[in-house]
Design a protein around this ligand. Structure first.
Ligand SMILES: [Fe+2]
Ligand SMILES: [Fe+2]
Length: 189
């Protein structure tokens, strides 16, 4: 491990931004100017659209779970069905796992070869993916439990807290990941 991921300044649950030691290794670039770049229309835009889809999807899932908290217990299962919550969430969680896999096995190893100085940044993103993948799996298990016997308030409250936590770490990860990878896509198309 190139950095101690569990330090609060590194961990996606606790950090407020990319640490300075990683920021200073990034390619020179200004976020507000990305869209004007002649190569923005390629992979940069493609990845940013995927990221917006993931963020919008996780916000939508959290909101749906929040609405369930106001539904009488006997009507929860019917509400879950009419919201289409389970297929929607399964699709979103599968999409997020798939996206991380493509980054971990396709893009990040290539970036590491091209830009060895980014090793700490890429290592941080790799640590994020592990935390995110575990949070996605936990959310999937909690959602699957909605299909089983009686759904109680505690279960819904836990699912809601998990969904909000997932949304928060996804936002942190995606913002920081874009700081690392979008300048690379702008340079190479
Ligand atoms: Fe990503
Ligand atoms: Fe990622």
């Amino acid at each position: 491990m190139l950095l101690d991921y569990d330090l609060p300044k590194h961990h996606v649950n606790t950090r407020k931004a990319l640490p300075k030691s990683i920021k200073e290794t990034l390619l020179e670039s200004t976020r507000s100017e990305w869209k004007k770049h002649p190569r923005f229309g390629g992979k940069a835009n493609f990845f940013m659209n995927i990221h917006r889809d993931l963020l919008n999807g996780s916000a939508k899932m959290s909101l749906a779970i929040e609405e369930l908290l106001d539904v009488p217990q006997s009507e929860v299962k019917g509400a879950v069905k009419s919201m289409n919550l389970l297929p929607f969430s399964r699709n979103l969680i599968g999409f997020a796992h798939h996206h991380h896999e493509i980054e971990d096995h396709g893009y990040f190893p290539q970036f590491a070869l091209l830009y060895p100085e980014l090793d700490r940044g890429l290592s941080l993103l790799d640590g994020d993916h592990k935390v995110l993948d575990a949070a996605l799996d936990e959310t999937q298990i909690a959602l699957d439990n909605l299909k089983g016997g009686q759904v109680n308030r505690d279960h819904l409250a836990k699912l809601h807290a998990g969904g909000k936590a997932l949304e928060k770490i996804l936002n942190r990860h995606i913002w920081d990941e874009e700081e690392v990878i979008i300048p690379i896509f702008l340079r190479h198309g």
